[in-house]
Each structure stands twice: as C-alpha cells, then as structure tokens.
Ligand binder design. Sequence first.
Ligand code: UTP
Length: 301
Amino acid sequence: MAISVSSCLFPVAGLGTRFLPATKEIPKEMIPLIDRPIIHYGVNEAVEAGCRDMVFVTSRGKRSLEDYFDRSFELEQALKNKGKGNLCEEIHAISRMASFSCVRQPEPLGLGHAVLCGEPLCSRGYFGVVLPDDVMIGEPPVLAQLVAVHEKMGGSVVALEEVPKEETSRYGIVAAVDAGDGLWRVTDLVEKPSPQDAPSNLAVMGRYVLSPRIFDLLRDLPRGKGGEIQLTDGLRRLLQEEPIWGVVYRGRRYDCGTKESWLRATVSLALEDRVLREIVLDALREEGIVEPIVNEGPVVE
Ligand code: UTP
C-alpha cells in the first residue's frame, strides 16, 4: 500500500527566546531530554507514523541539528576500535532512521511562514508537521493517530487537547462539531483568544497532517497577530475548501520550550524509568525532601 503521509516537516527556525541563555548557541531542539536531544523524539514519532522523508526548516546556528542525523564516521570508527560495537550500532542507526533534508527560513516570520518555506520539499501530497518542542508520547504515537484519521476521513487533521478555559489565550483554539470518539469536525480556528472570546477549550497542539494546498494559501496571507504569518490563518482559509478534522490525541505531552517545563518533562520521564526513578528519589532523599526508606527487616511474630 502507498504511504499516505510520507514527508514530515519540522519547523525549527525559531529563536528559542524562552530558554535563553541555553539557546544562545545551542538550538532548543538539541537540548537533551534524558539521553537524546528533543528533536530525536519528534523524528522517532514521525518514523513510527510511516514518514520516510524528514524536512527541517532551519535558520542560522542550527547546524548541529543537521549533523546529529548525519553519519558520524569517525565516532563510529572510534567506538568500534574501543570494542563498543553496540554503542556504534546505536549511533549509526540514528542516520538510518529516515532521509533528512533542510531548507532555510531566512527570517523568523512565524510558524505559517516556516511551513511555507518547506514547500519545495513537501508539496507532493499530504504531509505531517511536528513542532518538536512538544514531546508527545502516545500508543499509537500521536502523529500516527492523526494519519489514521486522515486515511479514514480524508482532509487535513490537527491534534487537539482540552485546556483550562483560563489558558485559551496561549493556544490556537478551534470551534468544532463533535463527531464522536474524540474526533471533531473543525468549523473555525482562532489564534490565542481570551477566555471570553474562545469558541471552545479545544487547543491545537503541535501535530498536523496538512494538505499541500496550504502552501498557496499561506503565500497569499497578510501578516497576522504579532506581525507574523500565522498557520492558524492559513488553516482558516483551508477550511473554506477542504475539511479539517481535530483529534483529541491519546497520550502525554511534555512541553520542553522553557526551562521550567523542560525540567518537569525530564523529571516525569525519569520517574517512568526503573533505574532513573531511583536516582531521582535518591537525590530527593539526600536533600531531605523525601523520607529515606528505613529497612526494618522482616517482622518477627
Ligand atoms: P515557538 O514560539 O514555540 O518557538 O514556535 P520559538 O520561537 O523557537 O521559541 P520562543 O517563543 O522564542 O521561546 C513553535 C515552533 O515553530 C518554530 C519554532 O522553531 C518552534 O519549533 N518556528 C517559529 C519557526 O520555525 N519559525 C518561526 O518564525 C517561528
């Protein structure tokens, strides 16, 4: 069967200002979460959704991101010489995850503009979009949940999450008709509405399957909120021509876009791992935050 969504676009040209100074020289997407950079999780999710061609929309200073997915011949050779064959295989596998291409966004003119920059590499058919600073862990993976909806219903698909009403001004919010089982037919989208203007509390979260028609629509858009070309405005136009579905994804989202949220994500993921969990708890015990376990031995009657 032909792959329905074979390319995935990663907008990674943002400045990462909320994570400065760490992001002054290191791309936000290259900050590690446990043992691999944040971008690795997004690429893995796209691979698991069936995508084979990864397209990074990058900017100046993002070379390390390209290099990470390239073959590292000297490192592999050095690991082999040291008898670390397993590690060598693990490192080699990163460059074999998919095919990787880059295109530049010359100025950070917004998410819609970043997506438009990907046109030369993504316009063959419906394509995925992953905003990698939201790490999503789902079973099936969240992008795969969207691809499944696209294959069943046709049209574009966005990931939705219910957010507290008072937080609507942080997200793109949809107006939508309930189609059952976590599926919604989107009827409108609003970028960062105040709680009183929000048409619902369903927020669009960092994962999309988009029609290539979006490129023509984005190209004709005037600058929107914040002087940026907003993807939300492009989606509103797309809605006039094609259905957009919203799927309330099943899984967990770890926002890694700020120091605080990244720390929370790191701790949450560590607590899910048997060995790392003990390390976190040990550190908390040492600080006197968690009571030490007193081994009282078996109870003798
Ligand atoms: P964010 O606003 O969350 O990321 O954009 P940012 O701009 O890097 O970070 P802050 O807000 O300054 O801290 C969401 C995604 O869109 C990309 C970002 O790289 C991020 O993955 N983006 C945003 C672009 O690629 N180009 C843009 O012009 C804007």
